[in-house]
Design a protein around this ligand. Structure first.
Ligand SMILES: Nc1ncnc2c1ncn2[C@@H]1O[C@H](COP(=O)(O)OP(=O)(O)OP(=O)(O)O)[C@@H](O)[C@H]1O
Ligand SMILES: [Mg+2]
Length: 899
């Protein structure tokens, strides 16, 4: 991580982006004032607020959020109406109303209203699901209230609260620091500056710039090291972050899926444009009334455009997200469902995923290889948290938690050891160092990864290494403890970690998770390669993999990784299963290398050390109990750390993709073919093959049948491999199945005209029935690669919708509405002919499908050209989202529904 920790560097704060502000904000004033003074002025004390006072302040100041997101029905409706096509059509209908074709105009108006309403309802419902995803992700903050440390919802933090800050926490409000222990913050979200800032408690000069408020911590910034305690001086929109948040864009970058959809829609729009213009010109030449020609060509364009696409996509994704939520997997955005389906390589951490994650201290070994409680005592003293503060010891670093929970821990005289200073744990140094006053004088105690600590020792006994090797080979997690007298030391620095005396080893157990074996097998069946990335010793990881039956093809350590040139990295990473002793930047580098060979990468981790890699991956996955930064960086949150649910997530993603593709293939085959035929027929007929209102009605009924697609079953074969967008394949599909459908249309035309000598109403009625039947029923063939198609069962809603659509089409010419809609009864011989035609058509499509799918990649793994690097959403946008509520309450700024 590019960071500097020298205080002088941090306080000079050159050339940092100032935030727009009007007058000195609460935090700027507090920064220049003494800590106790600020605390008193806010009516607080070291015991924190009382519960009653906190509740009172919450009503007074409102929730601690910077913005409120409102899903506005109006904006969803506006999106439905935004189509220029619709506007043109309405205008043309209005003109036709004025020139006298009243019924036709009214019918067009009614059908359009129903279509818009239908699209609106579907999209609004799906959007609401999306919005509710957000509310399920809760963030908590650690505050001192009534004299005790407690976790409260971040939104309930109020001015005057005492906020505790630790490694990896996202600061929940603007605070004035009262205590700071080597506290280092990353304020890039506010200042754009990647150099971290060292915090302390001394007041700064009045009117200091935002980047120089070293006595304060600001909302939205991240604690990169150390710990602190501060009094909240501002919450919500009154914070510095709240002020800038109001002006920031919340635009999100597109995923591959969204890009694919957009390109597809664009392609159809182009085709529709060309076709419409052509029909219009031809119809003018064939001397049809101009207003009819306009209406007709516009109706065709409407017929081609997949208006329901957004609704179908959101509904499929929402269905997937609901199923996932039932399995305790939350996606932050709906499209993440689809992203999950594409995952090909999963990097996972070890603790809690492959192992139970409840680390237990098994034994201690001193210099002579004997159990010794003194090591436990030293281990406790050199914990990441001060053991003198007994609160919350069951949260945090699993190894430290294990030490606190060891049966002998309670009887250790930790009270006799007073902590003077600490070099907190971080994943690069892999150790904790504390300076303590002990009954035997002042001492430096170092506890950490054996490779790191043992090199700092001068007196490792001859069998020390062997002792360690035995334990590691057995799969135990081992920490080494070392000490040194330091009588004159005041502030420990990394340079003081030298000439240590080896004290012994702490041996931990972390049982292998039994269910993980099953989950790994499931992922393997889905074609997802699993790799382990851990800060632990590779041998420990190897042992775990062996126990779980995961084949290990290669092992690499962080050190070896450092020696590999960027160019060679992708190949090496691809050939490696275990990455051990890697730090945060290595993790990101590995993920990056894997992505560069064109694989879709997911990363699962929950630590501060995982945040960068979580951002780098295509899909970042974390757990609900993870550190704030990891949770924020993730796209998917598991409420339980379990690989099994992930396999299901992948399946759901693929299901969503498969169903979306079904809709698209439908739209590009028969539907497209029919519109094309209508256009063609208009060139040689002396009358319009379908009235504009009939085209719209045809389109509406078809659309109604299509909304059942998200509910459809997906064949197991399609779930077995990730699929990717390929516009080329879709186009190919379109140019094979479109004309095939047209061929049957022209056959119908010939029958109607030559055999049955149909006049305009009969012709239109007949073709209306035939075209709806073909374009609706073809779903049963297209929805599956299984041949013959009836061997794959569709979902009940889809079956019902399709059959109902056809029934309505057949009955319409016999209904009382027939006259208004321009239909007439059909001779029964024609209906028989239609049945035969449809059957032959479906058989043809089935045969073509068999040939096409055996050579096509459309619904199967397609290692086609890959998308470029995913541009990450800006850190600020992510952060605003965190501090946003979807429940409008008072005193928070409202932003539009543009998410
Ligand atoms: N509390 C601690 N005190 C001292 N050393 C520690 C502590 N926690 C971890 N270490 C050492 O640092 C190493 C890396 O730990 P880190 O938490 O960065 O790993 P990780 O990548 O999160 O691993 P995992 O896959 O187990 O989650 C550990 O293997 C251990 O040797
Ligand atoms: Mg970890």
């Amino acid at each position: 991580m590019p960071e500097s920790r020298e205080p002088d560097r941090a306080s000079t704060g050159t050339a940092r982006t100032p935030s727009p502000r009007s007058g000195a904000s609460p935090v700027v004033q507090a920064a220049a004032t003494g800590p106790e003074e600020v605390l008193t002025s806010l009516g607080g004390n070291r015991d924190g607020l009382t519960a009653g006072e906190a509740a009172r302040r919450l009503t007074e100041h409102g929730p601690n959020v910077v913005s409120t997101y409102r899903l506005s029905a109006l904006s969803v409706l506006a999106r439905q109406l935004r189509s220029p096509l619709l506007a043109l059509l309405l205008a043309a209908a209005a003109v036709s109303f004025v020139v006298g074709q009243r019924t036709d105009a009214v019918v067009i108006g009614v059908i359009l209203a129903i279509s818009v309403g239908f699209g609106f309802v579907n999209e609004y419902r799906a959007e609401r699901t999306g919005a509710s995803l957000h509310e399920r992700i809760q963030h908590t903050a650690q505050v001192v209230r009534d004299g005790a440390v407690q976790r409260v919802n971040e939104r309930d933090v109020v001015p005057g609260d005492l906020l505790r800050l630790g490694l990896g926490s996202v600061v929940a409000a603007d605070v004035r620091l009262i205590e700071a222990e080597r506290l280092v913050c990353d304020e890039s979200v506010l200042t754009g500056e990647s150099v971290t800032v060292v915090k302390q408690t001394a007041p700064v000069a009045p009117g200091a710039a935002l980047a120089d408020l070293t006595s304060c911590c600001l909302m939205g910034t991240v604690v990169r090291g150390g710990a602190g305690l501060g009094v909240v001086v501002a919450t919500g929109a009154d914070t510095e972050f709240g002020r800038v948040a109001a002006g920031l864009s919340r635009r999100r970058t597109e995923t591959e899926f969204q890009t694919g959809l957009r390109r597809f829609s664009l392609m159809l729009a182009r085709i529709a444009g060309v076709l419409t213009a052509l029909i219009f010109v031809v119809n003018l030449f064939t001397h049809k009334p101009i207003i009819d020609a306009v209406l007709f060509s516009l109706a065709i364009a409407v017929g081609i455009t997949p208006q329901l696409l957004p609704a179908v996509v959101t509904t499929t994704l929402a269905t997937g997200s609901r199923r996932l939520a039932a399995r305790r997997v939350l996606v932050k955005r709906l499209v993440c469902v689809e992203d999950l389906g594409n995952v090909e390589v999963l990097f996972t951490d070890k603790t809690g995923t492959l192992t139970e994650g409840t680390v237990r201290l098994r034994t201690t070994l001193n210099r002579d290889g004997q159990p010794d409680d003194r090591l436990l005592l030293l281990g406790l003293v050199a914990g990441d948290r001060d053991p003198a503060q007994r609160d919350d010891q069951d949260q945090g670093n699993p190894l430290d938690v294990a030490l606190c929970q060891a049966p002998a821990a309670a009887s250790q005289p930790v009270g006799d050891y007073r902590r003077i200073g600490v070099l907190p744990f971080d994943s690069d140094r892999r150790r904790v160092t504390v300076l303590v006053d002990t009954p035997h004088g002042r001492q430096l105690v170092v506890k950490g990864a054996p490779e790191e600590v043992m090199t700092l020792c001068t007196d490792v006994p001859p069998d020390g290494q062997a002792m360690l090797a035995d334990q590691v080979a057995a799969g135990a997690r081992v920490l080494t403890v070392a000490t040194r007298p330091a009588p004159d030391l005041e502030h420990p620095t990394p340079q003081d970690e030298r000439d240590l005396s080896f004290a012994g080893l702490l041996i931990f157990d972390d049982a292998v998770k039994a269910q993980a074996r099953n989950a790994l097998a499931q992922l393997a069946r889905l074609g997802v390669a699993v790799k382990v990335i851990t800060g632990d010793h590779p041998a420990v990881a190897e042992r775990v993999c062996r126990d779980l039956g995961l084949t290990v093809t290669g092992v690499l350590t962080g050190k070896e990784l450092g020696e590999i040139a960027d160019g060679d990295l992708p190949a090496t990473v691809a050939a490696t299963t275990i990455f051990g002793r890697v730090g945060p930047d290595d993790k990101a580098r590995i993920v990056h290398a894997q992505r560069s060979v064109g694989a879709d990468v997911a990363f699962l981790g929950d630590g501060v050390n995982d945040a960068v890699a979580l951002h780098t991956a295509d899909v970042g996955i974390s757990v609900d109990t993870a550190t704030d930064v990891a949770k924020d960086a993730a796209d998917v949150l598991l409420l339980e750390k379990d690989l099994g649910v992930l396999a299901q997530g992948v399946t759901e993603g693929r299901r969503a993709f498969a169903n979306t593709i079904k809709y698209i293939l439908m739209g590009t085959s028969s539907n497209f073919g029919n519109m094309f035929s209508a256009a063609g027929a208009s060139t040689f007929l002396s009358f319009l093959p379908l009235l504009p209102s009939q085209i719209l009605l045809n389109n509406l009924i078809y659309d109604l049948t299509q909304v059942a697609i998200p509910s459809d079953r997906v064949d197991p074969e399609q779930l077995a491999r990730p699929a990717h967008w390929s516009l080329r394949e879709i186009r190919r599909f379109m140019f094979i199945f479109g004309p095939l459908s047209s061929m049957f249309d022209f056959l119908t035309f010939a029958l109607l005209l030559l055999l049955l000598h149909a006049g305009p109403p009969e012709f239109r009625s007949g073709w209306f029935v035939e075209s709806l039947a073909t374009q609706t029923l073809v779903i049963f063939v297209i929805r599956t690669q299984v041949s013959p198609f009836w061997r794959s069962r569709p979902s009940r809603p889809l079956l019902f919708a399709a059959l109902a659509g056809v029934t309505v089409a057949v009955l319409l010419p016999y209904s009382p509405l027939a006259g208004t809609l321009g239909f007439t009864r059909l001779p029964s011989v024609f209906l028989i002919v239609v049945v035969v035609l449809v059957a032959v058509y479906l058989a043809m499509v089935e045969t073509t499908k068999r040939i096409l799918f055996s050579s096509s990649n459309l619904l199967r793994p397609a290692p086609g050209p890959r998308r470029p690097e995913r541009p990450h959403r800006s850190a600020a946008a992510r952060m605003i989202n965190r501090f946003t509520t979807h429940h409008p309450r008072r005193r928070s700024r409202t932003v539009g529904a543009a998410a």
